[in-house]
Design a protein around this ligand. Structure first.
Ligand code: RIB
Ligand code: CA
Length: 315
């Protein structure tokens, strides 16, 4: 089995944190680098959180570079209303055991891709600003990118606004650029991630693990779940971001559908909304995205929880 080279661009964030643990704990991916962006919290907090998560996971050899403070057009929509003041509220975290890289996120993305002997997959689990900036600054790097899998958008309703999902709302111009890049793109939207609920049974499996990593994940779900109940009346929180990594590790765990996808840039009430044409209603628009439609949730949680346990056994 050859582990797939992977970069995660993220805004940790409780569900980004579980995505990082899934990647670190899976033999099927080779996490080469982590880049951070504004989103769930400021990029400063997201960067500190990423260093702490990788320290918890004893993965301090994975370079982390700080990225965008705001969207391509200079706005900074933040999600602290869900993830708390630190962006990762809840359990105590270890102090970072290593320093952030002196490179920018786009420099680390480019260097990692250009130095790889095989094409690199990018999983974007926050506003996709860093990836868009990379394609703008270094278009030739496309030859080294296997695919981009992003958590964002939805075939149905949004969350940050009634129609727009948070990541796409935070930087719709960046997503528009990625959708038009010609690269293979897979979209993991709310329609999929709302099937990935951290139910009490799932949280109990985390809490029962005999190590600090499992117990920390259970506590993260406690904070994240309380936010999701308070804001959107969920009984259990949808753990969005690991779905992108799971889709890379085991594509058969998700049912995918080719579709034309666009993102609204101008609507007064609909800016950031993904328009997903599942039935070729725009006959002149060819499918440009593989859209995640249904999840084998028990298989997903077995994959995620076994990875968390592997990481925890190392601690
Ligand atoms: O809308 C959910 C997405 O926005 C997730 O990636 C979450 O971490 C936030 O970034
Ligand atoms: Ca995220």
């Amino acid at each position: 089995m050859v582990a797939r080279p992977l970069i995660i661009d993220c805004d940790p964030g409780h569900d980004d944190a579980v995505a990082l643990l899934l990647a670190v704990g899976s033999p099927h991916v080779d996490l080469r680098a982590v880049t951070t962006t504004f989103g769930n919290c400021s990029v400063e907090d997201a960067t500190r959180n990423a260093l702490q998560i990788l320290t918890l996971a004893h993965a301090t050899d994975i370079p982390v570079a700080r990225g965008a403070e705001g969207s391509i057009d200079g706005k900074s929509t933040l999600g602290n209303y869900v993830h708390g003041a630190s962006g990762l509220d809840g359990p105590p975290m270890p102090e970072p055991g290593f320093d952030v890289s002196p490179e920018t996120a786009t420099e680390l993305l480019r260097r990692t891709i250009e130095s790889s002997t095989e094409p690199v997959s990018i999983a974007a689990t926050g506003p996709i600003t860093n990836v868009a900036q990379l394609l703008l600054d270094h278009p030739a790097v496309k030859d080294g990118i296997h695919e981009i899998v992003f958590m964002g958008g939805s075939t149905e309703r949004g969350n940050h606004t009634p129609t727009a999902e948070f990541n796409t709302f935070a930087d719709p111009e960046a997503l528009d650029l990625v959708l038009g890049s010609g690269l293979p793109v897979r979209m993991v939207g709310l329609n999929l991630t709302h099937q990935a609920l951290a139910t009490p049974a799932v949280v109990e499996r985390m809490a029962a693990m005999d190590h600090v990593v499992g117990r920390t994940c259970a506590a993260w779900m406690g904070f994240f779940g309380a936010s999701y109940n308070r804001v959107w009346e969920f009984a259990a929180p949808p753990v969005h971001d690991p779905c992108t990594i799971a889709g890379l590790i085991d594509p058969g765990l998700i049912a995918w559908r080719d579709a034309f996808v666009a993102v609204e840039l101008d609507g007064r009430w609909t800016r950031g909304t993904t328009v997903v044409d599942l039935h070729q209603r725009y006959p002149d628009q060819q499918p440009n995205v593989q859209v995640a439609m249904s999840l084998d949730a028990p298989r997903y949680w077995d994959l995620v929880l076994s990875a968390i346990d592997r990481v925890g056994q190392r601690s």
